[in-house]
Design a protein around this ligand. Structure first.
Ligand SMILES: Nc1ncnc2c1ncn2[C@@H]1O[C@H](COP(=O)(O)OP(=O)(O)OP(=O)(O)O)[C@@H](O)[C@H]1O
Length: 276
């Protein structure tokens, strides 16, 4: 009798939500993301930082199906993710974008309702015929959307057009819309860009509250004070590679991170631009 020689693959930790392994993304001769591993667990707020052009947004685009990575695997709750963005959302990952992408001429409530579409099953015919099932689903979605407006502090603005909201509230609305898909993991791409200190503090409180209601967060940010006071763990990308990862305290004290931000990094020897 022969003994099996292959070791069993270790099962992912029960609390692992997102596991990206060896993710690489090339655009022609440019390697924007190279062999990046990243894990996000239940209940965590993880920061992704790095100088301009480090590959952070490209990595997000790989996670959410906007780009198909050249290499590597991405799984969510132990299942490999689809490369179609709406299926990634349906699986449980929602995101916001660096530049606000609201429906400017729709109301605040309508914007959040749009975010519910991956959680509603009723099709076109039931909508046109207004079947009882459709009416029930519509009522449920509206209740959920109103709860989210309450949660994000936008309840009194429900009938305002999105374009008429102040900048900070438009950012909040984006988060409310992303939460409408009931994600287990929320990806935020520079949520405080262009905000004043007061709006930044409010965003920090909101992200904590999002985590406390059961949604883990992966956040790209340039505001270091925000990242280091908010996140449980921080990963640093430089020229497409993960330079280091750890608690805010260890990352902040890492001389290579400081050098990377000052533009004198000696860390990733393999430059991002190459012909591979
Ligand atoms: N669709 C694309 N085609 C070609 N190159 C791209 C594409 N998207 C990104 N890049 C390049 O990939 C590299 C990484 O860009 P990316 O936007 O991911 O960086 P980033 O870390 O998010 O930067 P920032 O902090 O400035 O937003 C850059 O050199 C960028 O020009």
């Amino acid at each position: 009798m022969t003994t099996p020689t292959t070791a069993p693959t270790p099962a992912p930790a029960a609390d692992t939500l997102l596991r990206a392994t060896d993710v690489t993304m090339r655009f022609g001769g440019l390697t924007a993301v190279r062999n990046v591993d990243l894990t996000v667990r239940t209940g965590e707020i993880v920061g992704l930082i790095g100088p301009n052009g480090a590959g952070k947004t490209t990595f997000f685009n790989c996670l959410t199906g906007l780009y198909t990575p050249t290499d590597g695997t991405i799984s969510y709750r132990g299942t490999r993710l689809s490369r179609k963005p709406h299926l990634v959302t349906q699986a449980g990952i929602a995101r916001t974008f660096q530049n606000i992408r609201l429906f400017a001429n729709m109301t605040v409530l309508e914007n959040v309702l749009v975010g519910r579409h991956t959680r509603t099953r009723e099709g076109l015919w039931s909508a046109l015929l207004r079947t009882p099932a459709f009416t029930r689903a519509e009522h449920h979605s509206t209740q959920r959307a109103l709860e989210l407006l309450d949660f994000t502090g936008l309840a009194t603005k429900r009938d305002h057009l999105a374009r008429n909201l102040p900048y900070g509230e438009q950012r909040k609305l984006e988060i409310a819309r992303a939460l409408a898909s009931e994600p287990g993991l929320l990806l935020l791409d520079e949520p405080t860009a262009g905000m004043n200190p007061q709006e930044t503090r409010a965003t920090q409180q909101l992200v904590h509250a999002v985590r406390d209601r059961g949604t883990a967060v992966l956040v790209i940010e340039h505001d270091m004070r925000f990242v280091f006071s908010l996140c449980d763990r921080v990963a640093v990308l430089v020229q497409g590679r993960k330079l280091t990862e750890g608690t805010p305290r260890t990352v902040q004290a890492d001389a290579r991170v400081i050098a990377a931000y000052l533009g004198t990094t000696d860390a990733p020897t393999d430059a991002a631009g190459d012909a591979s």
